[in-house]
Design a protein around this ligand. Structure first.
Ligand code: SF4
Length: 610
C-alpha cells in the first residue's frame, strides 16, 4: 500500500500492552481514513449500549492518507469514540503535529482500549511504544502537561493531552494540542480521562511512502503557492474566522444571551477589527500557510488563541463585550481542556436560569469574574457546576420547568455559534449533523443568507446534503482542513490529484462522494443502534426556543422558525438520503453503499424499511 501506511497501533491500557495491526486495502478504499476509519472501527468493535466511560469504549486517533505530506492544511487528526455527552457517535478534529509524527512513525491511527489502573501516557517513538507513568502529570492543566512532555521527549514531538476537565469526567471535555488547538467536542477528552490516559506523544523519523513522490511534491508546491495568490488571502491572514463576528452581527445570527437574540450591542468590541489591534501573532496547524489562529496576549493567563466560535460563545452568548476578557476565559478553557462552545452554552444557560429564578447562583450577563467562577465549578464539579458538567441537556432536565425549551443543544451536543431563529437551513444542518449540533458538516449559513434566509426551499436541503458530503465526508476522511476551499476558493479538483499521487488510487470526485455517503450513513446507523426504540425524528429537531421564542430585537424582530415547514424540510432531507420517515436508513440504501452487514445488524434492533 502507498499513501496509507497500512498499520494501526492498538494500545490496551488494561493489559498495559501495545501491538501493531495491519489492515486490508479494502478498508482504505472504502473508508479512506480519518472519520471513515473511525466510524467503521467503532461500528465493528463496540457493542450496542456500551457505557461510554467504561473500559469497553474505545478512543481512536486517526489520520488521513494525505497527512504527513507537504500538502496544504493537511495536519488534522480525527479523535473519535462513543460520546459520553450524547450517547451516540462522537468525534472531532484537531490540527496537531501528532498527526504528522504518527504517520512518520508508521501508523495511520491509534486505537486506545481498556483503562489503566493509574494515570499513564503513551509514548510512541517510531516502532517502539511505551505506556509510561503519568502520576506526576495528573492534575496539571494541559499547557503545563505539554511542557513537561516536551522536556522529557524533545520539543519536536507531537502530542495530545487532557486537562482537569477530562480528568474530572466533565462530559464536554476535549483534547488539546499545541497550546490552544483543541477538538473532540462530544466528550472525547472525557473518554480519555475515563481511561486514565493523560497524554499521547509521538515522534516518527520515516518518510510516509507515496505512490508518486515527485508528483506529490510538485502538487504540494503549486497548491501552496496558489493559496498565497488567492484574492482574500491577505485579509484572511489578518483576521481568520474572526471577521465572522461582524458578519453575524450584520445578519442577526450572532448568538446573544443564550441564543435569545441574534444581535449584540457590543459586537464591535469583540469583532475582527478589534482583535487586529490586540493581536501579537498567528498560529496554525502543520503544513498550513493560512495559519488562522489569532493570538492575543492575555496578561492574566498567557496568550489566548481566538477564532469566531470561541469568541461568539464565550463573548456575546454570555453577554461579555470586552475582547480581552473573552480571551482570558478562552485561555483558561483551553488550559482546563474544556470545550469552549459547550462551555459558552452552559454558562449562558445558567445565566438565563438565574434570571428566571430557577437557579440560586451569583451570576450576571457579561460579568467575567462570575462566569470564570462558574466555569471553574464546572471543571472541578462543585455545586451546580457538577450538574452543568453533565451537559446542558441534563442540566435542563434536572432544573425542570420549561428549561428544556431554552437548553440549546441537538441530541445533547450544545450548539455552535449561529442563531437560527431565521435560518431554517442552518437549523436543519444542526439537526442532522453526525455528532449533534455542530457546524462542521454543513456550514450553510453564509450561502443561506444570500439565497434567502426565510425560505424553506428544496434547494436548501440539497445544499445541506452537498456540504455534508464534502465537509463531513471528504474533508473529515482525508483529515485535511476545509477552510482553504471555503474561505479562499481553493478548488476541490486538487484533492483527487493529491490522492492519486499519494496512494496511486484513481478516485474521482464521484467516488469520494460515494465514500462520504457510506461514512455518513454508517455514523447514522451507529446512532440508531445505540438509541434503538428510543430513536425518533425529534432527535433531529433544533431547540424549541427557535420555534417558540421569536427574536425581540434587530432586523428580524418578531420572527421564529416555523415548526411545520421545518418538519417538511426534514422529511424531504430523509427522502433524498434514502432514509425512511423515522430518519433511519432504508435497507436498500445501506446495501447500495456496500453496507449489507450493517443493515443485518440494525435489523436486530429496529425494523428497516426496504
Ligand atoms: S486554516 Fe486554520 S484550522 Fe485550517 S489547517 Fe490552517 S490553521 Fe488549521
Amino acid at each position: 500500500m502507498k499513501g496509507w501506511n497500512g498499520q494501526l497501533l492498538r494500545v490496551d491500557l488494561s493489559k498495559q500492552k501495545a501491538g501493531v495491526q495491519t489492515y486490508d486495502v479494502k478498508l482504505a478504499r472504502n473508508f479512506l481514513g480519518g472519520r471513515g476509519f473511525a466510524v467503521k472501527l467503532l461500528w465493528d468493535e463496540l457493542r450496542s449500549g456500551v457505557d461510554a466511560l467504561s473500559p469497553e469504549n474505545k478512543l481512536l486517533f486517526v489520520a488521513g492518507p494525505l497527512s504527513g505530506f507537504l500538502l496544504p492544511s493537511s495536519g488534522k487528526l480525527v479523535v473519535a469514540a462513543k460520546s459520553p455527552l450524547t450517547g451516540g457517535y462522537g468525534d472531532g478534529n484537531i490540527g496537531t503535529v501528532l498527526t504528522v509524527q504518527l504517520r512518520r512513525a508508521g501508523y495511520d491511527g491509534v486505537i486506545i482500549e481498556g483503562r489503566a489502573k493509574k494515570p499513564v501516557y503513551v509514548w510512541i517513538n517510531d516502532g517502539k511504544t511505551e505506556i509510561l507513568d503519568a502520576g506526576d502529570l495528573w492534575g496539571l492543566r494541559s499547557f503545563k502537561t505539554e511542557k513537561e512532555i516536551e522536556a522529557r521527549h524533545g520539543k519536536t514531538v507531537g502530542m495530545l493531552s487532557i486537562g482537569p476537565a477530562g480528568e474530572n469526567l466533565v462530559k464536554f471535555a476535549n483534547i488539546v494540542s499545541q497550546q490552544g488547538r483543541a477538538g473532540g467536542r462530544p466528550g472525547m477528552g472525557t473518554v480519555m480521562g475515563s481511561k486514565n490516559l493523560k497524554a499521547v506523544a509521538a515522534k516518527g523519523t520515516n518518510e510516509v511512502p507515496a505512490a508518486d513522490p515527485n508528483a506529490l511534491k510538485r502538487f504540494g508546491t503549486d497548491a501552496l503557492r496558489e493559496i498565497l495568490k488567492k484574492p482574500n488571502y491577505k485579509f484572511w491572514k489578518r483576521q481568520g474566522t474572526m471577521a465572522t463576528i461582524e458578519w453575524s452581527q450584520e445578519n442577526s445570527v450572532l448568538p446573544t444571551n443564550n441564543f435569545r437574540e441574534g444581535v449584540f450591542d457590543e459586537a464591535e468590541s469583540i469583532g475582527g477589527f478589534q482583535m487586529e489591534k490586540m493581536k501579537v501573532s498567528n498560529r496554525g496547524c502543520p503544513n498550513c500557510n493560512m495559519t488562522c489562529g489569532n493570538v492575543i496576549k492575555d496578561s492574566t493567563n498567557g496568550p489566548s488563541e481566538l477564532d469566531y466560535e470561541n469568541v461568539a460563545m464565550l463573548g456575546s452568548n454570555i453577554g461579555l463585550g470586552r475582547l480581552k476578557e473573552v480571551a482570558s476565559l478562552n485561555r483558561l478553557a483551553d488550559d482546563w481542556g474544556i470545550d469552549t462552545i459547550s462551555l459558552g452554552n452552559a454558562i449562558g444557560f445558567a445565566m438565563e436560569a438565574r434570571e428566571r429564578k430557577l437557579l440560586d447562583y451569583d451570576l450576571e450577563w457579561g460579568d467575567l469574574d462570575k462566569a470564570k467562577a462558574l466555569a471553574e465549578d464546572i471543571v472541578y464539579r462543585r455545586g451546580i457546576g457538577n450538574t452543568l458538567a453533565e451537559g446542558t441537556k441534563f442540566a435542563s432536565e434536572k432544573l425542570g420547568g420549561d428549561a428544556s425549551d431554552w437548553a440549546m443543544h441537538v441530541k445533547g451536543l450544545e450548539l455552535s455559534g449561529y442563531d437560527c431563529h431565521v435560518a431554517p437551513g442552518m437549523a436543519l444542518s444542526y439537526g442532522t449533523c453526525s455528532i449533534g449540533a455542530h457546524h462542521k458538516d454543513a456550514w450553510i449559513i453564509s450561502w443561506e443568507v444570500s439565497f434567502g434566509r426565510e425560505s424553506y426551499a428544496e434547494a436548501k436541503v440539497d445544499k445541506i446534503i452537498e456540504l455534508q458530503r464534502i465537509r463531513g465526508g471528504i474533508f473529515e476522511c482525508l483529515t485535511t482542513c476545509r477552510l482553504p476551499w471555503i474561505e479562499l476558493g481553493f478548488e476541490l479538483d486538487w484533492y483527487p490529484k493529491f490522492l492519486r499521487a499519494a496512494t496511486g488510487e484513481n478516485l474521482t470526485m464521484h467516488d469520494l462522494i460515494v465514500i462520504a455517503d457510506r461514512v455518513l450513513n454508517l455514523a447514522r446507523a451507529f446512532w440508531i443502534r445505540e438509541y434503538q426504540k428510543r430513536w425518533s425524528t425529534a432527535m433531529d429537531n433544533p431547540p424549541p426556543r427557535w420555534f417558540k421564542g421569536p427574536l425581540t430585537r434587530g432586523p428580524f424582530k418578531g420572527k421564529a422558525l416555523d415548526r411545520e415547514k421545518y418538519h417538511s424540510m426534514l422529511q424531504l432531507y430523509y427522502a433524498k438520503k434514502g432514509w425512511d420517515k423515522r430518519g433511519i436508513p432504508k435497507q436498500i440504501t445501506l446495501e447500495k453503499l456496500g453496507l449489507p452487514d450493517v443493515a443485518q445488524e440494525l435489523l436486530r434492533y429496529v425494523r428497516l424499511t426496504q
